[in-house]
Design a protein around this ligand. Sequence first.
Ligand SMILES: [Zn+2]
Ligand SMILES: [Zn+2]
Length: 494
Amino acid sequence: MDGARRFIPAPLRVGTGPTPAELAELVAVDVAAELGRRRDGPADWVLPLVRADVWMQWLVEQSLAREGLDPVSAGPEVFASRSAEVEQEQLERVAGVLAAAGLCPEEGTGPDPATAGATAFVSLYEAGLISFADRVVTSCPRCQTVVADAEVEAGEPASGEEVAVLAVPLVSGEEGGDVDAELFGAELLDGVAALVVPEGHPAAGDEATLPIVGRTVPVVPDPGAAGPFLLVPAHRRDHWSVAAARGLAAPVVMTADGTLTSGPWEGLARYAARQQALEALASAGALVGTRPDRSPSRRCRVCGTAVVDRLGSYWFLASASLAEAAAAAVAAGDVAVSPAVAGPAVGRALAATGDWCVSLQLRAGSPVPVGWCLDCRKPTVAVSGPGSCGACMGELRPDGSALDPWFVAASWAAEVLRDRGGTLVVPASVPEPEVIAVLHRLAGGSLAVAVLPAGAEGSEDHLLDAEAASELAGRLRRDPWTAEAAGVVLGEAS
Ligand SMILES: [Zn+2]
Ligand SMILES: [Zn+2]
């Protein structure tokens, strides 16, 4: 440890550059470091960067598209070299914006981010906190990767999206035949695992026969059901928990890019399949009607494509259990939160954190440090890359997925903090609960969570050029609240 106090704000995305709110936080961190320097000597701040994420991948694809290329025709080597070029351009652009705002995070040689990410993955795996598991995750068919909830934009219900209401015959027939049940996405009919009815419904405990596909499914009561609906557990996260609690099968009937893989519409893309499914149900006399789907549309923030929920096997960090420890530390006062009234809110946000899918399918990025045995099929998890199987010495094939760049950035920041000492300042005005929980665990100690002033108008999506950054930073530095909030942070952190 070199003794300097070191402030580490939330990671900044290189692929987009700072939003006004992010810049405001960085200015407040900078003011805190400056006040600390005047009062107690050396203090600086280190900025973790989110590189090679889905935004950066999009930029690289756009760059290739301008030459009539796509990632597949260009090949992995061209994609990798173009990625490096685009990252360099973006790094320079971000550096220009930060410099114009008078922000100078510490330069120099930190730990290698990819190694930091891999090391953190291995240590969390060995602690039983990362595991390979089946979960319903959200993927973008266009970006071809799992996307985090933060990358999914909920919007107005899409026009033309309809919920089918089907007449589903009961096997016993004792209750007068059919139950009218809703199906979200008629093309998913072959993925139905149960007919769910409200508690006390007379059909509960019976069995029902799915129209067209002819399969029999149980009729199960659920207290959360407002009316009868068909359960599609592999393709809806809220359905998955209902099925998992009852041990129901969850048939996967669609790829992550939205192509049907089983049933009468196999091989069709989702919307074409939906059209055919509705027509087939209507001519079979099983379609009672349709109603507009009033649930919010969910689109990939990067490319605007409607996302797909799908059951799959990925690496998950049990961030809820990390968050529990971090929330307890907030409650006990071991983690400073400024202002103190925000403490319970930060604790709640951390406690509400679900499992974090840390393996993405990005074309460039830090590889998940796992090899799968070709003989015994067990994973070997090691920083140094695939050697031979830890169980049977068999040959390994690389996992092939990439670590979530937010996980890499948090691991890098935690390593800086642990190796060189410092005070971690996590601006909670834009909460990244998973990142906070990981930092808390990996840095293993002093963590100051600061609720810093947002102080910036404008949409989150509005990105700053150098001139706007300079203007905003000047305004924030003149704002007494910035200095005051930063002073409070420093008081609690030192
Ligand atoms: Zn996308
Ligand atoms: Zn093996």
